[in-house]
Design a protein around this ligand. Sequence first.
Ligand code: FAD
Length: 390
Amino acid sequence: MSAPADVLVVGASAAGLSTAEALRRKGFQGGLTVLGAEPHLPYDRPPLSKQVLSGAWEPDRAFLRRSAELSALNAEFVLHDPAVGLDAEARTVHTASGGVLRAEAIVVATGLRPRTFAGQDGLAGVHVLRTLDDALALRAELMTSSRVVVVGDGVLGTEIAATARTMGLAVTLAGPQPAPLESQFGPLVAGQLAELHTGQGVDLRLGAAVTGLAERNGRVTGVELATGEVLPADVVVVAFGAVPATDWLAGSGLKVDNGVVCDSWCRAADGVYAVGDVARWYHSGFHTLLRLENRTNATEQAGHVAATILGESRPYTPVPFFWTDQFDVKIQVHGVLSADAEVTVVDGDMAQGRFVARYRRNGATVGVLGWRMPKQTRVRRQEVVDAFTS
Ligand SMILES: Cc1cc2nc3c(=O)[nH]c(=O)nc-3n(C[C@H](O)[C@H](O)[C@H](O)COP(=O)(O)OP(=O)(O)OC[C@H]3O[C@@H](n4cnc5c(N)ncnc54)[C@H](O)[C@@H]3O)c2cc1C
């Protein structure tokens, strides 16, 4: 297969930029366009809920590359102009400003958009956190508030709760699970996470569904629980998940089902690929369609797709990895955890606040989780690799 004459990447963030860079690194000399919805050049999202939100970093530090590095890429960045339609057969993308872009290969890298409550738009004091502008708006409001309720007991919600707490706010974390992240980490490690948060003064109000928001005169005043209780708040952060940003693909001819559905090579159609959080591809090691929402995958999958576009033919079979930083704890996860796995602490000691837990199902290691033990966690990763390559 010969290299296409030109490539259009839709989505100018981690996965989109990594695709463009990997193409050039591998010698691609054709036309390269990166189309982005936001006004900003590519920036990194993990610091948004941590260093940017807390103010430890100036926002500029979150940008992935300096202007000179982007110029050296010899790619055209078309920003602040979202794609509104794709014709996969004609390989044509229409943009909100009326532009029409065509390329021999198109890479979909449009990530996710946050889930929200019906009617939350326009209600003052309610925030989501996905973009740099979201982070700056939330930070500005936290700086002048005293009580925040975070709705969402997953990774993002717990990170925001931890950061807001370190900023000195009274923080309540609400969500339906018995302990934060329990459906992923299982009760043992989720219990440790709950202890970490309560030990730092976060008020955990878990185990009850959040049914809506209370308001007065167009401003949020609290969060309503299924129990009838209302948690009072000056500010509410809604962090109960995100959905693939695929609205613009309606009528494109691509299969969209919880992401852009792809084959093992991350191909959605002839000449059309998907990467990063939006891609749901067939993982031939796990024998299932998989969509990952993590920073490492954004870069790894992009590198893989760049190679596929240039004629290499290998299925994409990564061992998933993500990390989260909360208070002074770094948690690292290799593999795929589940609440029903058998969990054993194999290194360190939970009571000492440093450990590695091994997750096994049907006798095979499906994942390892490290809690303030990065080196040992990396060593244990091999057990996951061995289990799914044997
Ligand atoms: C606050 C936060 C903290 C995180 N922390 C961690 C962490 O600690 N560890 C970890 O592993 N992962 C973390 N993640 C996840 C990680 O950042 C994502 O997995 C990664 O950003 C995915 O990259 P992406 O390029 O696929 O998607 P995104 O980064 O979401 O980028 C998609 C881009 O496409 C653009 N776009 C959307 N629609 C269109 C359109 N129609 N036309 C043109 N452009 C469009 C968007 O504006 C966006 O710029 C975090 C995410 C967030 C939001």
